[in-house]
Design a protein around this ligand. Structure first.
Ligand SMILES: Nc1ncnc2c1ncn2[C@@H]1O[C@H](COP(=O)(O)OP(=O)(O)OP(=O)(O)O)[C@@H](O)[C@H]1O
Length: 315
């Protein structure tokens, strides 16, 4: 089932074109990683999808219908984890959750149960009675996520939920996102950390300057930009290098020798590593292997000619 569709969406802030004909659809059960540098339009895209800001052109469908897209019924099915922390510093973690659960209309025993579940889900049960101002940055981020979970949204939108936290807390959050997906939540996850998208996204959508410049699974995106694979094999003995035999392997394009290193360039997916190693081992003694593997950063660099500006901690 298609959970959300954006068709030809244009959004301007005055003369600034923030979304430039966006076409995006999100299928049930996916984690869509929305990746792009600062100012690319990620926050604008999700605020538009949630009906929080008006757009200039195009149409949006949610949960299979274009009718009453931003009705309360549909809004109840969505959750937003904001980029800025939206927790109240002077309420305990539990009171914060009770407040947000109340906003979504949960009452009585059900509200208590959902608050408890959300606290457990993000690993904050033992800190339920504490004030967030005493929390670490990572704990505050986890509470911020829990606030968007008590009403069990079908579509959870997370706007850079790991900005400014330590790697351990980040991993904890990424695990939480995967757990949510396993429980059937569809997730739109925006980030400018390419390794996060690479780790959790079933599909990655890369935006830059208000446009979707490419989308696909991480492997598809990498395969699209990758025309060859490179393996460097360092040997201990260069007296009888089996260059001609390596050149004869299926899929090999070039073989170079640089000092004690043999570089083999092959077609993508040729899978020559095992075969090449067994040939080299026969004559030359292998002391090291290095395979150059492109990642999402290379995809971005290839498509836009610039770095993704992978964010620093605390930015
Ligand atoms: N309220 C606003 N008024 C005017 N311009 C805005 C407003 N919000 C965003 N913009 C502009 O729209 C463009 C897209 O911004 P947006 O915040 O959507 O990007 P982003 O990808 O979420 O960036 P970041 O990673 O820094 O959060 C930017 O050029 C930004 O300056």
């Amino acid at each position: 089932m298609t959970i959300a569709t954006m068709q030809r969406i244009v959004k301007r802030y005055g003369s600034e074109l923030a979304l430039d004909y966006i076409d995006l659809s999100i299928q049930e059960g996916e984690i869509v990683g929305l990746l792009g540098p600062n100012g690319a339009g990620k926050t604008t895209l999700i605020h538009t999808l949630l009906g929080m800001i008006p757009f200039d052109k195009g149409s949006i469908q949610l949960f299979g219908s274009a009718n009453k897209v931003f009705s309360n019924e549909n809004k109840q099915k969505m959750g937003l984890v904001t980029q800025e922390l939206t927790v109240f510093e002077d309420l305990t973690a539990k009171e914060n959750l009770e407040f947000f659960a109340g906003v979504y209309g949960l009452k009585g025993e059900e509200r208590k149960r959902r608050v408890q579940e959300a606290l457990e889900f993000v690993g904050l049960s033992s800190n339920a009675g504490k004030l967030p101002k005493k929390f670490s940055g990572g704990m505050k981020r986890r509470l911020n996520i829990a606030c968007a979970l008590t009403h069990r949204p079908k579509l959870l939108i997370m706007d850079e939920p790991t900005v400014g936290i330590d790697p351990q807390s980040r991993n904890h959050i990424l695990e939480t996102v995967k757990k949510l997906k396993d429980q059937g939540t569809t997730i739109l996850y925006t980030t400018h950390y390419m390794e996060e998208a690479q780790a959790i996204a079933s599909r990655v959508v890369i935006v830059d300057q208000g446009q979707i410049i490419t989308e696909g699974t991480v492997n598809e995106l990498i395969a699209n930009i990758q025309h060859e694979e490179k393996i460097n094999i360092e040997v201990s003995d260069t007296t009888a290098l089996p260059i001609e035999r390596l050149k004869g392997l299926d899929g090999v394009r070039h073989v170079h020798v640089d000092g004690s290193t043999i570089q083999i360039i092959s077609n993508v997916g040729a899978g020559i590593l095992d075969r090449a190693l067994s040939i080299v081992k026969e004559t030359s003694g292998v002391v090291g292997i290095q395979a150059e593997k492109p990642d999402l950063e290379d995809v971005f660099l290839t498509l836009t000619g610039k770095q993704l500006r992978d964010g620093q901690e605390g930015d």
